[in-house]
Design a binder for this molecule. Sequence first.
Ligand code: C2E
Ligand code: CA
Ligand code: CA
Length: 739
Amino acid sequence: MDDLMLTIIDDEITTVDDQSNDLKKWKIAIIDDDQGVHDVTKLALSGVKILGRKIEFISALSGEEGRLLLKDNPDCAVILLDVVMETSDAGLELADKIRNELLMDNVQIILRTGQPGYSPEEEIISRYEINDYKTKNELTRDKLFTSIATAIRSYNHLRALDESKKGLRNVIEASASLMKERSVHDFASGVLQQINALFNLSSQGIFCVSQSPSDGPIELIDESDSQYFVVATSPSFHDFYGKDLQDISNSHEVEIAQNTLINKQNQIQENLCSLYLSTPSGWEGVVVINSPLSLNEVDEELLKLFCLNISLGLENAKFFTHLNNAAFYDEVTGLYNRTGFIEKSSEILKSAKSSMALFIVDIDYFHEIIESLGFEFGNMVLNAVTSSLNRDFLSDGIIARLHSDVFALLLPDTNWHYRDITKECSKPFMIEGNSLRLGVTVGEATCDLSTETFDIELLLRHAEIALKVAKEHQRGVGQLFESKFEDDKRAHLDILADLRNGIANEELFLVLQPKVSMTEGYVVGYEALIRWQHPIKGLISPNAFIPVAEQSGLYFDIDMYVFRKALALIAENPAITKPISVNVSANSLHHSDFISELKKIIAEKDSDISQIEIEITENALVRSDMAIQHLRELKALGFVLCLDDFGAGYSSLSYLLKLPLDVIKIDRSFVTHIEKGAKALFVLEGMLQICQNLSMRVVVEGVETQEQADILIALNADIAQGFFYFKPLTIEEVLIKAL
Ligand code: C2E
Ligand code: CA
Ligand code: CA
């Protein structure tokens, strides 16, 4: 402790009791070749106390002896130095060495000369920094005491200034290294260490700050300013770490911390010292250490400066934590965001040697929820899902909200499967007093880190692909990733790239499948079906590329291409006089440019559209005002409208039958089943009945056998399209055998 000298220079210190200052006597060196001078001086000053401290003499009888003596006593306060010793200026030579060789800057040199009237030249006084000079006979007790007391005061001042400078340097160094700490926890731990280094203590302490440290997502939950959390401790207070001050009882350290925060100022008690911190943007903190750090031992200014510096450091750490949070945590739920999730999960994947399961959880119909109940409600739903994920998985897993209504969950070594997750997340929960139940769809991907290395991006991609597959099949359930999904996806991407070229290079062409009257036996019309003659892969069926086009936006180009080709076909083949129906994808019917683009194509060659019919699937017509509007416009343009794949969807019959449709195509699945059972037959019969009552024309798709045809004829169905009559034909084939 005596390293850090006290800078409070105050004569009142003389009241401090003697014993405690035993070690702190002022050292006075007498360097004189006259032993008598030694004796007189000691006698004169015996028992004297200056600034409350006794005096200790050390002696040397020559300049050289003096040099060695001082070398061993660098804490010497005053030197009474004879000028003439072994040489006529041995004293001056020694003075030079004291300042320039021994580097004793603070020691006070009082030069003593034997000759009355001799005064050293001014130049010498300043060169050797001589503080005073006296003739030997001036050394009466009183005079001696006065000059020694003055010298000791000066020495003490200089020494204190020196210590203060050193302390200041330490504070600056300590704060500079603390400023580098970016998390509140690291910063606070640093402060606890630096206090000990700075004040030469071995204290144990705690560091608390207002609000939670924001170092992790859960801790963000409580934002109320009145709470103070312990963000760092020395080892002996480890149990307090992470706790709210209010929740810690029976601790003097915590009591004094609370006191400090209430009074907003440092509190010094016997064996406890508590420092108050407040940052420019209103964060408050308190550092408590269990060491006696009485204020009269430490420079108060230095302590203030230190507190100011750690307050700034705290602000700095808080700022970084805030930025860090924005970059890594989701504001709505407090969970990790995608970046945070990837960062955190990568660490785990790098070191873990177990199996891992990653689940991506997608809330079903979340956009509909927001549309009808608003954003705030949507946020409550997100938080409810967060709570149920936290409840079940927080202790074992990493949870994140990746984006809008999509959550991710990484679980090491788990027995959970996507079915369990859907079940957990579909349990009812309360929002604003109402019990609510959500559906979720889950994509799952797994890896075994004991046998393979896996990075999080890949695992995430697998789970995302699995989710996509799950959503395409059935919402509310889930899907485990299989490697063939990725092959499918790659194949999709290849097809997409080729398809663009294929359209541009006119590799796509139309075949016609005749529709026939089963009773009369002749062709009544055709359906135009697309084919792709790929230059390398050969002939490609529409089932391999139409669904891909639907997902990419190319569907619109394809539909317009087919429409153009169908018009050209009619114009170029006057022998084909029956109507040709073209398929329009559901997405095209929703496209805002659909009608205008059709009109443009018709106008290009002033085409005749009286022979063109349009096939639309029922899912295109469900719940879209735009589609129904387009349907009416098609009708107004004079197209015959045909409802394709009827019965395959789930829409209400009565709804569909109100639309301006002319022809109903009954889905192939009904025909496939009629031979197998009475139920299909019964349904088919009913459907045919309704259509006939509404005087709609009916086409039955997928007739493959004589038996099917016979049953259909018996049910009063007439027009059929199926392999039993014709497969799709090229134009040349049509011209030969199917006019
Ligand atoms: P879709 O509109 O239901 O067309 C009927 C499909 O059933 C055609 O397959 C046809 O070859 C097939 N088919 C006809 N009779 C039978 C039968 O007796 N048994 C069986 N098993 N199948 C029969 P395709 O040509 O492979 O077309 C498949 C689907 O691709 C079409 O189903 C349609 O949704 C789509 N598609 C085909 N051409 C186009 C087009 O030009 N534009 C659009 N947007 N979609 C098209
Ligand atoms: Ca069709
Ligand atoms: Ca069909």
